[in-house]
Design a protein around this ligand. Sequence first.
Ligand SMILES: CC(C)(COP(=O)(O)OP(=O)(O)OC[C@H]1O[C@@H](n2cnc3c(N)ncnc32)[C@H](O)[C@@H]1OP(=O)(O)O)[C@@H](O)C(=O)NCCC(=O)NCCS
Length: 219
Amino acid sequence: MTLWPPLGVRVSSGDTELVYADDRLLLQVAALAADGVHDEDTMPFPVSWTRGSPQQVARSVLTFQWGNRAAMSPEHWRLELAVLHAGTPVGMQGAVARDFTVARQAETGSWLGRAHQGQGIGRAMRLLVLHLLFDGLGAQSATTSAFDDNPASNAVTRALGYRPDGHELVAREGRPARVLRYRLDRADWLDRPPALRPPVEMAGIEALRTFLGLPHGPD
Ligand SMILES: CC(C)(COP(=O)(O)OP(=O)(O)OC[C@H]1O[C@@H](n2cnc3c(N)ncnc32)[C@H](O)[C@@H]1OP(=O)(O)O)[C@@H](O)C(=O)NCCC(=O)NCCS
């Protein structure tokens, strides 16, 4: 853990927990993705990593995550946390940032295995990663985006108080698609209603801050 501080990161509230995805967890999460993340006729991701055989999907989870680890630096990091619900791995919640020590902004992205969707876990895990970013790492803003035909992701984002931040057109599997962008600024985070303030426990934050080039102490 001293050598690789992200391994010690843990953020939890009630029965939902974010923990750094070590290889043991990564294999479990890859198997979950292989069982399916969405209907065949939709594509919630800009990169179609969920297409292909179960083995291809599982391997693409592994190679993507291994690549992220190898590329981690204070200038550009992608922190990928496994989501546990009542101790069972159910998906991934990530945050990616460039020059975070200066810009203090990160973008989040996530997925759950199909069997675990629609039960409020998506909202709980986003709240946890926002805690990590704002309260743990001193973010000034958190951004996120979703295709306009992804009601669940857009509903989670809106429920957490993000403000709309424009849209863009991108190519998705060879066709134009509209991505809705959102931003949650620190002032709105600090002002969030009591319903969005469950007790949250965080571990491994100081070591992570050092690893990411952030100063110690209050932000
Ligand atoms: C997006 C995702 C992480 C959300 O997690 P989840 O656990 O399913 O979401 P929750 O149960 O916390 O909340 C879903 C919200 O969407 C709403 N919703 C879901 N389907 C909907 C639909 N067809 N129309 C309108 N609202 C819908 C639910 O009512 C709920 O809103 P509420 O809390 O106000 O009731 C999850 O569905 C998922 O992994 N989807 C596939 C991958 C994906 O889309 N990743 C995100 C890419 S941007």
